[in-house]
Design a protein around this ligand. Structure first.
Ligand code: PEP
Ligand code: MN
Length: 361
């Protein structure tokens, strides 16, 4: 073959490449339109029956020189690329997505800016048990320089015979103590009917792991303007977690914080499996602040500090830990709560790692 012929044939291929590119782009734009239409109709993006039929039609019409399997493989790649395009298109539309909002959402809780680049600590008892119990924790937190206190008043317990929390009375105790010490408070709400009322007593409404997909609760949380701390469900994927947050943000409450609290796996050495990889993934995928609950994820006091450091190294905006003045007699999670001395040691160790910048300094 002469040099001239080779150049001529290559020239033809270049033209065909451009034509293929144009056709592929035209096809992709139509696939996108189909994706939007399917989204509106609530129909799944992937239709294996139609895909199989298209592949068989193409193979039947194939007259070579590619064999039928090669044709199937080539078109399968095109179909997959179109499907990926439809799926990223939908993700792009989520309000919680980094693609929709580049800048980090920052939730202001008094002097703590959650998501503002300076990690913060949330600590407090698993359950609000009494005024005196909460007061002892609050005094210790104040002294340590921690400004946000947690405490459950509505407790979603596995057994109906276990302590269920003090309810509204517990929220009142939190408020009284928080006002006295100038702290901000976080407490779980389990009933949509309590969301509005809760805003009068607490600064952040927690939606617990067991309620991450309680859609009526999420909607009610979206209708108020109090910040929400949304916990990852016991067996929720990251995608489900982000869609749960979307329920809240889509109703106008943009003040949402995500918290990884461990997921259920076969591993028995910890209460749950702390999914550290969720932290950088959530930070990449979403602009919402991301915290890590080291207590419920591990259920073990002996590894709280290294897990908190790992969470901060992975980019977490905050750490949550349970503290009780006398964990041995706690009405819930007795085995996993730190006493005040243990908390101070834990907090110092995390601060000394250099990964954590105390808000008090
Ligand atoms: C809690 O934080 O009090 C709690 C019950 O945690 P989770 O919902 O993550 O189990
Ligand atoms: Mn607990």
């Amino acid at each position: 073959m002469s040099q001239g012929t080779l150049e001529q044939l290559r020239g033809k291929l270049d033209v065909i490449n451009m034509q293929l590119l144009e056709l592929l782009s035209e096809r992709a734009a139509i696939a996108q339109q189909i994706g939007h239409e399917k989204e509106k109709q609530g129909v799944p993006k992937f239709d294996p029956v139609r895909e199989q039929r298209m592949l068989e039609e193409l193979a039947a019409r194939n007259s070579g020189p590619f064999d039928d399997n090669t044709i199937r493989q080539l078109f399968k790649q095109i179909f997959q690329a179109s499907l990926n395009l439809q799926q990223t298109d939908v993700k792009k539309q989520l309000l919680v997505s980094r693609k929709r909002q580049k800048e980090d959402t920052v939730v202001q809780l008094g002097e703590a800016s959650v998501g503002g680049g300076k990690p913060m600590m949330v600590a407090g008892p698993c359950s609000v048990e009494s005024y005196e119990q909460v007061r002892q924790v609050a005094a210790a937190l104040k002294q340590a320089g921690v400004t946000v206190m947690r405490g459950g008043a509505f407790k979603p317990r596995t057994s109906p015979y276990d302590f269920q929390g003090l309810g509204i009375e517990g929220l009142k105790i939190l408020k009284e103590v928080a006002d006295e010490f100038g702290l901000k408070t976080i407490s779980e709400i389990v009933d949509p009917a309590h969301i509005e009322l809760a805003c009068d007593y607490i600064d952040v409404i927690q939606i617990g792991a067991r309620n991450m997909q309680n859609f009526e609760l999420l909607k009610a949380a979206g209708d108020v303007r109090t910040p929400i701390l949304l916990k990852r469900g016991l067996a929720a994927t990251i995608d489900e977690f982000l869609h749960a947050a979307e329920y809240i943000v889509s109703r106008g409450n943009t003040q949402v914080m995500l918290i990884e609290r461990g997921i259920r796996t076969y591993e028995k050495a910890t209460r749950n499996t702390l999914d550290i990889s969720a932290v950088p993934i959530l930070k990449q995928e979403s602009h919402l602040p991301v915290l890590v609950d080291v207590t419920h994820s591990t259920g073990r006091k002996d590894i709280l500090a290294p897990c908190a450091k790992a969470a901060l190294a992975a980019g977490a905006d905050g750490i949550m830990v349970e503290v009780h003045p006398n964990p041995a007699v706690a009405l819930s999670d007795a085995a996993q709560q730190l006493n005040i001395e243990e908390f101070n040691r834990f907090y110092n160790e995390v601060q000394q790692s250099g990964l954590f910048h105390s808000l008090s300094v």
